[in-house]
Design a protein around this ligand. Structure first.
Ligand SMILES: [Mg+2]
Length: 204
């Protein structure tokens, strides 16, 4: 990860590209599992890291449109003891290799879990908490009205809406189809809610 700076926080980490162009005026927030790489549960092996079709095209297209790419990901595998922070970095490095030129500008990870974490520090970073979004918005000077979030679970939408992002997409997956359905039925959608998409190529 030579082109990135890694910062360790309590129950969280920040990985920032050395070449981040802060003149860009908006942020594309991306969930990791299910959006950048296929969600196969708690990933612990490099062989399990596989890109979601279309993610490289999407990142390049929106970077060209002047967006910063920020990954916001809950990584409960770390507090659960399934993987170490070092292993997480190894898996992230492999993901970045697979992405080639379509690399993100920043990767924010929450290692907090209410049961398994020893401290509450950075607990708001765990989605549906909005801490990761707030962190990025605090240090990057962008127009919130132009920001976009793409995730695959209602918790992604809740976190994004809490900071005022109104353009939210959920990629339809079998894994969370019931969760999304229940969320809609319970009418918990606030603001503009989200657009359900079948492919990352459907992001407008
Ligand atoms: Mg996900």
């Amino acid at each position: 990860m030579a082109e990135y700076v890694y910062t360790s926080l309590d129950n969280a980490s920040v990985i920032t590209s050395k070449y981040m162009d802060i003149a860009r005026s908006s942020i594309l927030f991306l969930d990791r599992d299910g959006i950048i790489i296929k969600d196969v549960g708690h990933i612990s092996k490099i062989e399990d890291v596989e890109l979601v079709p279309g993610i490289d095209r999407l990142i390049l297209r929106l970077k060209d449109a002047g967006m910063l790419i920020v990954v916001v990901t809950n990584q409960a595998s770390v507090p659960r003891g399934i993987i170490s922070v070092d292993k997480y970095i190894e898996l992230t490095t492999h993901m970045l290799c697979l992405l080639g030129e379509s690399t993100p500008d920043m990767i924010l990870s929450s290692f907090y879990h209410p049961i398994f974490s020893k401290t509450n520090c950075n607990s708001s970073w765990r989605k549906p908490g909005s801490g990761m979004f707030r962190y990025a918005l605090d240090i990057l000077d962008v127009d919130i009205n132009k920001c976009i979030m793409i995730g695959d679970r209602p918790s992604d939408v809740l976190a994004a809406e809490a900071v005022g992002i109104s353009t939210n997409y959920l990629l339809k997956t079998e894994r969370y189809a019931d969760e999304i359905c229940l969320y809609k039925v319970n009418n918990k959608i606030r603001g503009k809610g989200f657009k359900l998409i079948n492919s990352l190529d459907n992001v407008g």
